[in-house]
Design a protein around this ligand. Structure first.
Ligand SMILES: [Zn+2]
Length: 236
């Protein structure tokens, strides 16, 4: 069975009905998942490459989590900033890593000019960081992890602590850990672990593990630094 198939989508901006390439569920199983939920796929097809749907007529790019409809102001903003410059390139069929990156950046711009929720924008920024991770482009990955983190923080400030936010709090811890802000990371992990209102066992476990990892690495660094010092003493 082919991993890719076409599905019909109606553009919420110009109402064109177009085919968008999708990945069959049986090909969506990751061979490994990173601690910030980035999936790795060794069967040749990365389902993340096909998350963004792009209308060939007007270029409107969105994901399933995007808006359901656009009002007149949002449409005008979209055409003024993006749609009027759309050259009609196709994103149909198999996507390269380069096309996947272009699709996410287009979705990000589209989300920003149409005023999509921060939670969706955070997800797009986080996905772009993952695409850079696949390419081993550490500098860009770090840059986009920081952007994603800032957006997750805005979401949290808006929504506050609710039962559904354990994963969000864990992610804020984990992204802080990945960009080297260890004190901030520990702050979020300890909140997930110690807040009695949080019942999400998977996120509590993950927070405990990553908190432990920070402690372990700090200890290794301490010993690593202590070693040359003691050698100096010995050789003196
Ligand atoms: Zn369209």
């Amino acid at each position: 069975m082919e991993p890719l198939y076409e599905s019909k989508i109606s553009c919420i901006c110009c109402e064109t009905i177009f085919q968008s390439t999708r990945v069959r569920p049986s090909f969506k199983r990751a061979s490994a998942v990173d601690s910030d939920f980035c999936g790795h796929y060794d069967n040749g097809v990365n389902p993340d490459f096909y998350v963004v749907r792009i209308c060939p007529s007007c270029g409107f790019a969105s994901t399933e989590n995007g808006l359901d409809k656009l009002n007149d102001t949002q449409k005008k903003n979209y055409y003024d900033r993006i749609g009027n410059n759309w050259k009609g390139q196709s994103f149909n069929g198999e996507r390269t890593a380069e096309q996947a990156m272009a699709s996410y950046k287009l979705a990000l711009l589209t989300a920003q000019v149409t005023g999509v929720k921060d939670r969706v924008i955070a997800g797009l920024l986080h996905h772009i960081a993952w695409l850079y991770r696949y390419e081993k482009n550490v500098a860009e990955e770090q840059r986009f992890l920081k952007f994603a983190l800032e957006a997750y923080v805005r979401v949290f400030e808006l929504e506050g602590v609710s039962v559904n936010n354990a994963k969000l709090m864990y992610l804020m811890g984990e992204l802080n850990r990945r960009i080297g802000e260890l004190n901030e990371a520990v702050k979020w992990f300890s909140r997930v672990v110690n807040d009695k209102k949080i019942m999400d066992a998977a996120m509590i476990r993950a927070s405990r593990e990553q908190w432990q990892l920070i402690r372990q690495e700090a200890e290794e660094n301490r010993l690593g630094k202590a070693k040359p010092a003691s050698q100096e003493v010995g050789s003196a």
